[in-house]
Design a protein around this ligand. Structure first.
Ligand code: PCA
Length: 207
């Protein structure tokens, strides 16, 4: 089955499009006959990884995609790297603002997503009316990166599921792009479930 998560609003906002996109993607996947659920994570360092671990225990997914908002981005950002580092620019929803701390002391410095990012990028870029999509090499240093790192740390120890993180741009409630991005996320999940491998083309960045 496919587990999708979005985040609650944070930083004083009243909406987080990642939750609407996760809900939409799960609905689209179910309509196509797949087993998919969408869940909401708390935007708090002390809670989010434990919530994710409970959901992994509960659902035993084959594919996990965590979604979060990156308000400065213009594209659907397929995240490549989770780092073992927290540096909160603002307090989380519990008022915590950890600075220069590891996500998990003693764990590796970084993990890579195991989602088929380039296959997804190739697929989405070829769609008529396709949404802007990019491979991103930084998921930031806030709660999204923390959850992404916690996911990949667990999947490294319990292989069997593919997983990763996608950041979404800011969208107002009711924006029609929410449904388009939900369709894009659903197709990433479908490719992952189907065992898609990575095509060879460059998505590298200028330094
Ligand atoms: N975005 C934040 C945390 C929750 C969310 O939706 C982030 O990028 O870390």
């Amino acid at each position: 089955m496919i587990l999708l998560t979005g985040f609650e609003p944070f930083g004083g906002a009243t909406f987080n499009p990642s939750a609407a996109i996760a809900d939409g993607a799960a609905r689209i996947l179910r309509e196509s006959g797949a087993d998919a659920v969408s869940e909401l994570l708390t935007c708090a360092f002390a809670q989010a990884p434990a919530e994710l671990n409970s959901l992994l225990d509960l659902h035993g997914p084959d594919v996990v995609i965590n979604l979060g908002l990156a308000a400065g981005r213009k594209s659907l950002s397929l995240e490549k790297v989770a780092i073992n580092h927290v540096d909160a620019r603002i307090p989380d929803n519990a008022g915590a603002q950890p600075i220069d701390e590891p996500v998990l002391a003693g764990a590796p410095n970084a993990y890579f997503s195991t989602l088929p990012l380039k296959a997804a990028m190739h697929h989405l870029t070829g769609q008529p009316g396709g949404v802007p999509v990019e491979i991103s090499y930084s998921a930031g240093t806030f709660v999204c990166n923390q959850v992404f790192f916690a996911l990949m740390h667990r999947l490294a120890r319990e292989p069997g599921a593919r997983g990763g993180f996608i950041h979404v741009p800011w969208l107002e409630p009711g924006d029609a792009l929410i449904e388009s991005l939900a369709e894009a996320v659903a197709s990433v999940a479908t490719l992952a479930l189907a065992g898609a491998t990575e095509p060879v083309f460059s998505a590298g960045l200028e330094s």
